[in-house]
Design a protein around this ligand. Sequence first.
Ligand code: GUN
Length: 284
Amino acid sequence: MSEVVYGSEIAKDIKENLKVKIDQLKAEGKRIPKLVVVLVGDNQASLSYVRGKEKACQFVGMENELITLPETTTQEELLSLIERLNLDTAVDGILVQLPLPAHIKEKDIIHAIDPNKDVDGFHPCNVGKLMLNEETFVSCTPKGIIRILETIGYDDLSGKRAVVVGRSNIVGKPIAQLLLNKNATVTICHSRTQDIENVCKEADILIAAIGKAKYINRNWVKEGAVVIDVGINRDENNKMCGDVDFEDVKEVCSYITPVPKGVGPMTIAMLLENTLQSYHKREG
Ligand code: GUN
């Protein structure tokens, strides 16, 4: 039997801590950190994520602005908005919600965001710094996973084997790098990996970020492993579920994160932390 690790509870503590810090800034009459979220089009999942970010900003007392643009927005229009936000000294963090409509090149947009305001940690400058183990904006979901490991006291990763399932730029690659920076021996698996089940079974820490509902069952998991589930999927009954078959795997691992209430809330808490980090870089 395992311990279920509720990221939602860890995230709540982090947000309460941030609220105290922002209240302090307010009491001192200082400028308040500000996050701007840009949403293009009307992707319902994106809209719900963006609302979650808005609510969290309000909870901690951070300034936040949501800019919603129509699906028909051109790349040039979006780039000129980003240019304006880059120059706006009241803005600490800029987040352009992905995915973008097909006619806009995500890469061009990510490159256009000032790396010093890139609270997503997606800009190549920040990704490069992560690879060099230099201080930078670390993308929010991977950063949240590391914080979960630290919270459960599982962050001395020397000699540990970590397996990451999924190689996205947002989760798979950066979490692999963060685990490596903490001295884990890291393997990244993906759709072309042979014998994936047995590779996963070697993991002391298994990170599932593939986007396939309940893909990983107990046969993939070593007894006593720590299992972190990043997936957000719908099962056959349209119920939200992760990439891990939670009920099955929880019988064999030591710690497991649920979906919902696991990694998701940590992502938002880390976004707020990154925005405050950006603020302090600017304001001291
Ligand atoms: N879409 C899904 N996750 C994310 C994220 O972390 N940041 C942005 N900008 N878009 C996303």
